[in-house]
Every structure is written in structure tokens, then in C-alpha cells.
Design a binder for this molecule. Structure first.
Ligand SMILES: CSC[C@@H](O)[C@@H](O)C(=O)COP(=O)(O)O
Length: 359
């Protein structure tokens, strides 16, 4: 079921309505910026489809939605035996884990629910009680992300001076998190602090998260912003308009190599060539310390149709070969700092990452 409302203020991208028998409500991000449409997810298949098709997207938001996806996925099993309930739990977790491969926040959130399940089972709890505990954990992940984003904004704002131009790529805003964002949190905080900033927004081919979502969020907040096509970033930097680049991340390896939306690596190289600091803004939940470097980060490959028919009309021959990786990996040496809720990691070294993530 979908509902449409006028969009004059920044709305919650993710809401869970009710208790364990409730449902998930998401902004359908594929419809923005033209329509603010909500979708109701009353089964896990709808949640999976929403993640896969980028109706909900952005690393933290995917994790939050998946947490609630487990709750709706278990609703059909709560009256069954403890063994059947547990089998369904693992089935739902595996199913949601197969929706998208790159953002580690998805797996991080599911792992937290697995740990909750194990603790409740150990304590001899019933399926209904376990279901309740899982909802509490999903809600905690959601609420905690709000605080995390605010802290990222505060730490990042210290790096930005009044009068600065900031370039960003993709959407790491309120829509990609519980609210307020990661990279955009820095810009929102600067704006709230009265600093005059100007944001350059890469449109972000092929799915235009920059022009559809980031530009929309900035316009909603009256933050001065200029939309550019991805291939204009070098010229804009050369003209001296950009003092810092800030993007989000989907997975950060133990050495700081960071996966983010395809094109981010190119932006980081351009920033280096122009002597502009390139920052990643991401929560601790985006670090994957099991990976020593970015080589092991799984890169999602998406459907060629997104490029051949990306603008709602055919822009390439149907039978042309297409390569459509959704993410790339920016090497740590190109990153001036990683802005987390615990502070800014700089220089980006394995030692500094280990220290901050453990604190
Ligand atoms: C705070 S969101 C950080 C990243 O998830 C974001 O920059 C990004 O690359 C999202 O890609 P998407 O494919 O739109 O989910």
C-alpha cells in the first residue's frame, strides 16, 4: 500500500508502526524528488524488495530497515514451536542478508539481532518474548543512529570554515540514515551553527542519488547548493570553488580503504590533484575490521537496465554490453580523515582506526 503527502519538511525516512504485530513504513526514495510517497511493508518480501530496488538505501538506513524486516518476517511464526520459530528467524535473516552485498551496516544490524536472539534463547524465553526483545533491539539500532548522526555532524563541522565550498557525491543525508545523515550531517550542522557554506552536489550517475535526493534535502533546508553533473567536478575544483569533499561510506576496511557510491574514488583522485582534503563521514558500524584492506569488499553489480533505461527512456542500444558496479573503493591514502561519532580519525592509519573503533 502507498500513501502520498506534501513535502515541506524533512520527514522520517523509516518508521515502525505498532508493536511486534506492526509494520514498517518507508519513504519510497525512487519516487523523490517529484513525489513523497510512503510504502507500507507488512511482510519480509516487501522489505527485501525495498532494499534491493533502493526504495530504502544508504548504509545505515538499510541496516535499520533490515532490523524491522526481521520483526515482520517473524510474525507468521510466533505461534509456532520454539524450533520452528528459530528456523524461521534464520531463514529471514539469511534472506535479508541477500538483498545487497556492499553496505556492512546491513550485516552488522542482522548480527546484532542474532546476538539478541541467542541471549534470549539462552535465558529460556518464549518465541513471543524473543520477538519482543528483537523489536526492542531493532528500535535501539534505529534510535541510536539519530544520536550517531548528530555526533558525526558536530565533529565534522569543526573541519569546515565559514565561506567554504563543500563537494559531495551520492546521498549520505537524512534519507540514508535514521535522520540527519553522515556527510550531510556535517553540512546541516554548519548551517545550524550559522556558518555560510555552499554545497556542490554531484548528480551521481547512474541512479542520480545526488540530484534526486541530496539536492532535495539541501533545498528543503535552504542550504545554498549547486547541482553539477559528475563530469564537472574537476572544473569546479579547478575554479577554486571547493575547500573540502565529504562523502559517506558503505564499508570501511581496517586500513581505511572505503567503499562508497561508484564515482567516489574518482572524486578523491580529483581532490588530491587539486590539493583539496577528501573526508569520509561514517558511523563506527560502517567499519569492517575483518577485512585488512579494501580488496575484500564485495562490490554490488547491478542490472544493465539502470544504464540503458536510466533516465526513464532508452539511452543506449538494448544489446550493448554494460558494466554497472554500484560502488568503488577509495584507498586510505587519499582520505584526509574519517569523521565518526567518536571523533575524526586522522591520519587514516590502521592504528588510529583500531584505537577509535575500540574506544
Ligand atoms: C550515509 S549513507 C553512505 C552510503 O551508503 C552512500 O554514500 C551510498 O553510497 C549509498 O549508495 P546506494 O546505492 O544509494 O545505497
Amino acid at each position: 500500500m502507498t500513501t502520498s503527502t506534501p513535502h515541506t519538511t524533512a520527514p522520517d525516512p523509516i518508521r515502525f508502526v505498532g508493536e511486534t504485530d506492526g509494520h514498517l513504513v518507508l519513504i519510497d526514495q525512487t519516487k523523490l524528488p517529484v513525489d513523497l510517497v510512503h510504502i507500507e511493508c507488512r511482510d519480509v518480501e516487501t522489505v527485501w524488495e525495498a532494499i534491493k530496488m533502493l526504495r530504502v538505501r544508504g548504509a545505515p538506513a538499510i541496516g535499520i530497515a533490515a532490523g524491522y524486516g526481521v520483526i515482520v518476517g517473524l510474525q507468521t511464526a510466533v505461534d509456532q514451536s520454539a524450533d520452528q520459530f528459530e528456523a524461521r528467524f534464520h531463514e529471514v535473516v539469511e534472506y535479508l542478508a541477500g538483498s545487497r552485498p556492499t553496505a556492512v551496516n546491513l550485516f552488522w544490524a542482522l548480527d546484532r539481532l542474532k546476538a539478541t536472539y541467542a541471549a534470549e534463547k539462552e535465558a529460556g524465553k518464549s518465541p513471543a518474548d524473543i520477538h519482543q526483545a528483537l523489536l526492542a533491539e531493532a528500535r535501539f539500532i534505529h534510535e541510536d543512529d539519530r544520536q550517531v548522526c548528530r555526533a558525526i555532524g558536530r565533529h565534522g563541522a569543526e573541519l569546515i570554515g565559514s565561506g567554504n565550498g563543500i563537494l559531495t557525491h551520492c546521498n549520505a543525508g537524512g534519507l540514508a540514515t535514521a535522520d540527519y545523515g553522515t556527510a550531510l550531517a556535517v553540512m546541516f550542522t554548519c548551517h545550524d551553527q550559522g556558518k555560510s557554506i555552499h554545497v556542490y552536489v554531484d548528480e551521481t550517475r547512474p541512479l542520480l542519488q545526488g540530484s534526486r535526493l541530496t539536492a532535495w534535502e539541501l533545498v528543503q533546508r535552504d542550504i545554498p547548493a549547486t547541482l553539477i553533473c559528475d563530469n564537472m567536478a574537476a572544473q569546479v575544483m579547478k575554479e577554486g570553488r571547493v575547500n573540502a569533499v565529504i562523502t559517506g561510506a558503505d564499508r570501511i576496511a581496517a586500513n581505511g580503504d572505503s567503499a562508497n557510491k561508484i564515482g567516489t574514488y574518482g572524486v578523491a583522485l580529483l581532490a588530491k590533484a587539486h590539493g583539496i582534503p577528501f573526508y569520509i563521514a561514517a558511523p563506527i558500524s560502517t567499519f569492517d575490521l575483518t577485512l585488512p584492506n579494501g580488496d575484500g569488499i564485495p562490490i554490488e553489480q547491478r542490472d544493465p537496465v539502470e544504464i540503458i533505461h536510466g533516465m526513464g527512456k532508452q539511452t543506449a542500444p538494448e544489446n550493448v554490453q554494460v558494466y554497472n558496479p554500484a560502488f568503488d573503493v577509495t584507498p586510505a591514502e587519499l582520505i584526509a580523515g574519517i569523521i565518526t561519532e567518536k571523533g575524526v580519525i586522522s591520519p587514516v592509519t590502521p592504528e588510529n582506526i583500531a584505537q577509535t573503533t575500540a574506544s
